[in-house]
Write a protein that binds this ligand. Structure first.
Ligand code: CA
Length: 234
């Protein structure tokens, strides 16, 4: 049962998160300030911390830095600011992932599961599941078949490899050089190669870069695949 520390000063958002995470059988503790959060992580062990950036006592970046100085617990940033530069900076400063408010509990759960898989899988690598599922996407790496909402996708070899690689790490931002190395088996190359294949794949998934559902490009950072967000609750 994963234990979660929710750091959020908005009482409404906080109780919604606590309720939903508890229903999803997580152990939840919550605080409303960064200083309380520091006290919590110093005294208890958590599997993941969900950290609101707009806290009353400390700037979010400052709070993250202080958390990182005492613990390496995975931190998911929850931010109302859709500020790419800030998000990139926080990811570089040790955040494991981020969510832009308003986000759904399903979305948060998917991110938490991905973060937990990564941190727990660091030692013991579990064998990959036979069929990968991300929302309505099903990918069978052995048969090299993929379907979306029950309809088979007609993918090229490279598109399939790209999709399968990303689907193996749902919610995780995969850097472009990692895609090049893992999917193209190249140590360097042209960003355009990736962009072109991504746009073909997008088209086959029935989405566009401007209106992404599954495939999200974070400029200057990388690409990730995740289930489309359901209705916002927080
Ligand atoms: Ca806040």
């Amino acid at each position: 049962m994963p234990s979660v520390l929710v750091v959020e000063d908005d009482q409404f958002v906080r109780s919604a998160l606590i309720r939903h995470l508890t229903e999803a059988s997580h152990t939840v503790r919550s605080v409303g300030t960064a200083l309380e959060a520091l006290r919590e992580v110093a005294h208890f062990r958590f599997d993941v911390v969900v950290l609101d950036l707009g806290l009353p006592d400390l700037d979010g970046a400052e709070a993250l830095k202080m958390l990182r100085s005492i613990t390496d617990v995975p931190v998911i940033i929850a931010t109302a600011r859709d500020d790419e530069a800030e998000i990139v900076r926080l990811l570089n400063d040790g955040a494991d992932d981020y969510l832009t408010k308003p986000f759904s509990v399903e979305h948060l759960s998917a991110r938490m599961a991905a973060v937990l898989r990564r941190t727990r899988g660091a030692g013991a690598q579990a064998p990959p599941p036979r069929v990968l599922q991300v929302g309505g996407l099903f990918i069978d790496p052995l048969r090299r078949q993929a379907e979306l909402d029950g309809t088979a996708l007609d993918l090229t070899r490279r598109e399939f490899d790209l999709l399968a690689f990303l689907a193996g790490r749902p919610g995780v931002v995969v850097p472009r050089r990692e895609l090049l190395a893992e999917v193209w088996k190249q140590s360097y190359g042209d960003d355009q190669t990736i962009d072109v294949h991504l746009s073909w794949l997008r088209r086959k998934l029935g989405e566009t870069a401007a209106r992404p559902r599954y495939l999200h490009t974070l400029r200057g950072v990388g690409v990730k695949l995740e289930p489309p967000a359901a209705g916002p609750v927080a």
